[in-house]
Write a protein that binds this ligand. Sequence first.
Ligand SMILES: NC(=O)c1ccc[n+]([C@@H]2O[C@H](COP(=O)([O-])OP(=O)(O)OC[C@H]3O[C@@H](n4cnc5c(N)ncnc54)[C@H](OP(=O)(O)O)[C@@H]3O)[C@@H](O)[C@H]2O)c1
Length: 253
Amino acid sequence: MTDRAVLVTGASRGIGRAVAKAFAAGGDRVAIHHRDSADAAEELLAQLPGTGHVVVRADLTDPDAVRVMVDRAAELLGGLDVLVNNAGTYGDRDDPHPIFGTSYEEWQQRWRQVLETNLTGAGNVTWCAAQHMRERGGRIVNVSSRGAFRGEPEQPAYGASKAGLNALGQSLAVALAPFGITVATVAPGFVATDMTTEHLRGERGAAIRAQSPFDRVGQPEEIAAAVHWLASPQAEWASGTIVDLNGASYLRS
Ligand SMILES: NC(=O)c1ccc[n+]([C@@H]2O[C@H](COP(=O)([O-])OP(=O)(O)OC[C@H]3O[C@@H](n4cnc5c(N)ncnc54)[C@H](OP(=O)(O)O)[C@@H]3O)[C@@H](O)[C@H]2O)c1
């Protein structure tokens, strides 16, 4: 059992929720971050094992709100030992933005929306959290995506945002190592969450499951287990890594 101060962004739902549960089950105190899902965040707070957990809120596209949120989490938890950059948006799944069929204005709006959350937002959270880890060391784990490698032809801003997050993690793994801070990344394929519910229904769902030779998609708990290990004291030598969690649905060289 450990007793660390852990900030998980986007912990109200899906993968982030499972990550928060994994850290709490291991004895850590968790700051459950959300944007709009206050009820879900409070409900999770009530269920987490252990004590000392808190809820914090910010829209990650607002840099000032991010700073207030991270400082508040550190204040409530007594510092920060672990940051999990999980919050993210796919953009509108039902309204993709392929390069042909999207107006120039719409194209720009989509790129702004997705990158401001998935890349700039995560970068800003990291800057703020690193200030709290500078003296005591820490662990940072980023939740990227298979799409960074496989491509996202219908949602190119999403793929680019996750490739950028991979590069951010690698740069900071080098920059932060002298401070005893590791940075690692997980790249999940399809996971059964709110982000994917609609797409996993019907024929399209069967095709998505068949992308993996296991004929299924991932579960949030499978991603959470890897994140939890990458944030463990034993995982220092994994700093800079990008771990594929996609059931052999996409094998990169
Ligand atoms: N599900 C998949 O198949 C899959 C695959 C690969 C990678 N991923 C990545 O895994 C992460 C979690 O995905 P998920 O499927 O669990 O997503 P989800 O169920 O849609 O939940 C997204 C979370 O991110 C938060 N969020 C979104 N935009 C935000 C913003 N602008 N500011 C602050 N918080 C924001 C949401 O907060 P509210 O609830 O308050 O809105 C929510 O907690 C994402 O980074 C995603 O790209 C997912």
